[in-house]
Design a protein around this ligand. Structure first.
Ligand code: TYD
Length: 137
């Protein structure tokens, strides 16, 4: 798995003077079935979240309101992606270390995930992630 697989997905946007509408369907706009939705909100200025990687989980990260940055790290390369549109999602494949920071006030980060919460799917220690990452090459 490498960072180039993590791309911005342009979600459908139905423009309407009454308000715009965007949708996501399992297996259509994203290459996985959605088993879970979670969201971060009331994030205090300056805080960082999500310093971890997942063994198997696929995710789509969307800035539903406001903006924040996602820093992706595949063990070789890093990239910082700024999310600020609710019709854009960042697809994050398994085995990517990711951190979220630079939250604007009132921002909401929604994550669509391919599996239910499972602590055993996490790497929370960067050194352990790196060892596993290199052993997969
Ligand atoms: P975590 O994924 O560790 O977020 P971060 O890396 O930003 O701190 O989640 C924080 C806590 O919430 C952790 O104790 C696990 C719990 N949690 C759930 O119970 N279900 C979920 O779907 C998620 C994402 C987290």
């Amino acid at each position: 798995m490498n960072i180039n697989l993590c791309n911005i997905v342009d979600l459908p946007k139905i423009q309407d003077p009454r308000g715009n509408l965007t949708f996501v369907e399992s297996g259509n706009q994203i290459p996985f079935d959605i088993q879970r939705v979670y969201y971060l909100y009331d994030v205090p200025g300056g805080s960082e979240r999500g310093g971890h990687a997942h063994k198997e989980l696929h995710q789509l990260i969307i800035a539903m309101s406001g903006s924040f940055d996602v820093v992706l790290d595949d063990g070789k390369e890093k990239k910082r992606v700024h999310l600020n549109r609710s019709y854009n999602g960042l697809y994050v494949c398994p085995m990517i270390w990711r951190e979220l920071d630079n939250f604007s006030s009132g921002s909401v980060c929604m994550v669509l995930a391919s599996n239910k919460y499972d602590e055993n799917d996490y790497y929370r220690d960067y050194a352990e992630f790196m060892r596993a990452r290199w052993s997969k090459d």
